[in-house]
Design a protein around this ligand. Structure first.
Ligand code: GLY
Length: 385
């Protein structure tokens, strides 16, 4: 059990989860965020797909994702029980689909890479894919089925996490954090833009793409990577949505569709680095609609409910930054495309750091000291135990 005051800067999926679990562990917790449950966590698709997000050369990230997805069912059950409301976890798996010959070559490369890593994937013809998922159209020539992937309704999850936190005693300061207050080298609170500062014994920075504004050691390490996303819902008479998450390459462009209970479909996502811009563009919406329709032709009859953009917190090596930044100062940010996927393992690591225990093995690679060691002001290097 912990004790003392913890200030969590950022009320997204990572911040709310850490706040809830730390409060249940005995900490007095305040979440500082002008608009909790918004930002990238609100816009996200909720795909929990470490294997199909894998990329050669990113084995540390794959190990982290595989470990985290294994923790997801217990995490979802605990959050749902604490909140008294479900979080919308789905366990139908993922299909990766290819259209043209270039897309198929990329798919073959992904299949070979995953086979080398001993990951369970099955290569299927277009016809076999359509037997599994009749929503997949004739332009899809081949694909992979990945049975172990999960998905979650990010908005149900965020609501449940906030309720779970409130029931555990978490307080919310709906103000902007402008920095971490330090005292004799030790974090002692959060400076706020308006209203009183928040005093704390330990500060946890999980402000996503905005983390660099909160602490100078993160400036330049976490950058905003914009993603546009669409929310669709099937209308009466339209073809049913797929049961599985469908990821596809269409003429080299990635697109994904994540099903929701109630005939919904979340279609994502563009990727652009344009600073803190969250404008939804005509070109982004056009690309997503054109590409998803090539893969799932029935969506042309669906209703378009929402178009939104969020800012993923990108890091220099695509691995998050989870660990100690200094005395009394923890960080859990830089999760880029994988914030929701990596939530359970991130929370377990933060809880371990608060208790003075070793972090789970795959989190060692995410120690922020790989970037901040020797940088001015983050505090002495503290090895991830
Ligand atoms: N994880 C999917 C995305 O960032 O678009």
């Amino acid at each position: 059990m912990g004790s003392g005051r913890l200030a969590v800067i950022g009320g997204g999926v990572i911040g709310l989860s850490c706040a809830w679990r730390a409060a249940a562990d005995g900490w007095t917790v305040t979440v500082v965020d002008p608009a909790p449950r918004s930002g990238a966590s609100w816009v996200a698709g909720g795909m929990l797909a470490p294997v199909t997000e894998a990329w050669p050369g990113e084995e540390d990230l794959l190990a982290l994702g595989v470990e985290s997805v294994a923790r997801w069912p217990a995490f979802a059950a605990a959050a749902g029980e604490a909140a008294g409301a479900p979080v919308g976890l789905r366990s139908d798996g993922t299909i990766v689909a290819a259209t043209g010959s270039g897309d198929r070559a990329e798919l073959d490369a992904l299949a070979a890479y995953l086979a080398r890593l001993d990951r369970p994937v099955e290569s299927l013809s277009g016809r076999a894919l359509r037997r599994l998922e009749p929503a997949i159209g004739p332009d899809v020539r081949a694909g992979l089925s990945v049975p172990d992937d999960l998905a979650v309704d990010n908005r149900m999850l965020l609501a449940a996490l906030q309720v779970a936190g409130e029931k555990a005693g978490v307080e919310f300061a709906t103000r902007s954090a402008t920095g971490v207050l330090t005292q004799a080298g030790r974090a002692s609170g959060v400076r706020c833009a308006e209203g009183p500062d928040v005093a704390a014994d330990v500060v946890l920075v999980c402000a996503g793409a905005h983390s660099g504004i909160v602490h100078p050691a993160l400036d330049g390490l976490v950058r905003p990577v914009k993603g546009e996303i669409l929310r669709l819902v099937r209308r009466p008479g339209a073809l049913p949505a797929p049961r599985r998450t469908v990821r596809a390459l269409v003429d080299g462009r990635p697109v994904y569709a994540v099903p929701r209970d109630g005939d919904g479909l979340v279609v994502g996502a563009t990727q652009a680095e344009q600073g803190f811009d969250t404008t939804v563009t005509v070109g982004g919406v056009r690309d997503l609609l054109r590409d998803v329709e090539r893969v799932l032709p029935g969506v042309a009859e669906y209703a378009l409910l929402e178009a939104a953009a969020g800012l993923r917190p990108g890091s220099p090596d695509n691995l998050p930054l989870i660990g100690r930044l200094g005395d009394g100062l923890l960080v859990a940010t830089g999760h880029h495309r994988n914030g929701i996927l990596l939530t359970p393992i991130t929370v377990d690591a933060v809880l371990a750091l608060l208790r003075g225990e070793p972090v789970p093995e795959p989190v060692r690679a995410a120690d922020p000291a790989r970037f901040t060691h020797g940088k001015e002001n983050p505090g002495a290097r503290v090895d991830q135990r």
